[in-house]
Design a protein around this ligand. Sequence first.
Ligand code: GLU
Length: 284
Amino acid sequence: MNLTKNNQIPERKKIIASVKRVVIKIGTNVLTAESHQLDTSLMEHLCQQVCWLMAKKKQVIVVTSAAIGAGMQILGWKKRPVKMEKLQAAASVGQSRLMRFYERIFREQGYNVGQVLLTKDIFESKSRKANALAAIETLLSYKIVPIINENDVVTTDEIRFGDNDFLSAMVFELLNADMLILLTDVDGLFDADPKNNGKVNLLSEVNSISDHHIAIAKRGTPSSLGRGGMISKILAIKKVLELGGVGLIANGKRPWVIRDIFLGKKIGTIFIPKRIKWTGKKGF
Ligand code: GLU
């Protein structure tokens, strides 16, 4: 594939330019600093880029993590609890803190936000799914930014997603979105686990997820604050590809990551399906 002097892939740029509805999931490790505090200046930077996208007439749905992380910070808990009721308490405390920041940041840019807390069982019931869809579509029609998280406070083992990667793939499907961006604390999918290997190469474009990709992703370890890890991201993207959508995994701490993705710069790992559902083609 030919690169231009700006390090842009023309095909990637065209595909991304044609995206109308994008789900952006921001992981706990992106939203929290080393000290495990919420990184509000990074949140601000990311939200400003979401507004930039909205000004370009893209519809953006944010899936946020970090409720439990924020709650742990407020409660002074250094280690992620194991007991469900303590996780629920942390999520309850943290979710409102998280929303307070989103609400303030977006309001300063002239946008309102709507909190949407979902559980897995909603996706298993036709009528509840239809209700959730109608509510989110209405938010979007008023240019209100839906800020989605799992409703950790009321989830039990049986009805929990467990990680927001899978939740964001379900939201992608529900909303018939075009693209899912997973922002995490690594640059994308590597040919080996970057946390344990010195020399690894970033895979910049993947067209289908093979057993090899799954094996690489499985070697990545989930962090102490978030859940998931690379394997849940790859499985979420696999679902997106099966639906004909475009996926992208990138480092959410990289300055201007969202803006640069939409400028077509070669960032992270892009996953392009064999047939892009809104063009019927692979590429253009
Ligand atoms: N729903 C969890 C939270 O807000 C995040 C799950 C995840 O880390 O993917 O803390």
